[in-house]
Design a protein around this ligand. Structure first.
Ligand SMILES: [Zn+2]
Length: 209
């Protein structure tokens, strides 16, 4: 089992390599590793990321086969199936670090802000289920001066949504709460910059609030 802080360091180092254009991992040379992993896995971190094609999790953290347990959904939202997936990784594989990875200029955040400002009645019910989960963490911002500055608004809304997902995961199930309290599980938020390739881990990652 990889302790949470050690796992965090591996992710930081991998992202530094990626952002510097110095990645180690090459999927084409993964044959040996694939054979090793066929019967078991011990992913050292679980990542809840956005489906955005520009944020492929293994690539931006420069990790290979078997390293990361990844859940991707538009807007990196937390619904019961995401919570269940995290419980699964933590209990079955001993994964002790969970990262909610949002990113700059997130389309799901933009769509939610648009929907709040100009509601469309014919929006699909399925898409609505994503917007509804993002809405509580961003609608308060529309009552502030930020509403006059679309770019900053999306930036703040994205960060607020990441923090909300972290909080939902930390408190979303008794299993996860127990693991956080007694068994070293760490749930942290982070934001990937489409512009620089750098992942910014949010402050106070060691705090289990
Ligand atoms: Zn996104």
């Amino acid at each position: 089992m990889t302790p949470a802080l050690e796992a965090l360091e591996r992710l930081r180092e991998g992202n530094h390599r990626f952002a510097a254009g110095d990645s180690n991992h090459d999927a084409r040379s993964a044959r040996t590793r694939r054979d090793e992993l066929a019967s078991s896995q011990l992913p050292f971190a679980a990542i809840l990321g956005c489906s955005d094609s520009r944020v492929p999790v293994e690539i931006v953290f420069d990790q290979g086969l078997g390293d990361l347990f990844v859940i991707r959904v538009a807007g990196n939202i937390v619904a019961p199936s995401q919570i269940g997936s995290i419980e699964f990784a933590a209990e079955r594989f001993g994964t002790r670090l969970v990262v909610v990875l949002g990113h700059s200029r997130c389309g799901a955040i933009q769509a939610t802000l648009e929907q709040l400002q100009r509601p469309r009645e014919n929006q699909s019910r399925n898409l609505h289920s994503i917007v509804d989960r993002i809405r509580p963490s961003v609608e308060g911002l529309l009552a502030t001066e930020l509403r006059h500055d679309p770019e900053t608004l999306v930036q703040h809304a994205g960060r607020s949504n990441i923090r909300a997902s972290v909080s939902h995961l930390r408190h979303g199930s008794p299993v996860i709460e127990q693991l956080v309290r007694h068994d070293g599980l760490l749930v942290v938020g982070a934001e990937y910059s489409l512009e620089t390739g750098v992942v910014d881990f949010f402050e106070g990652v060691a705090a289990a609030d």
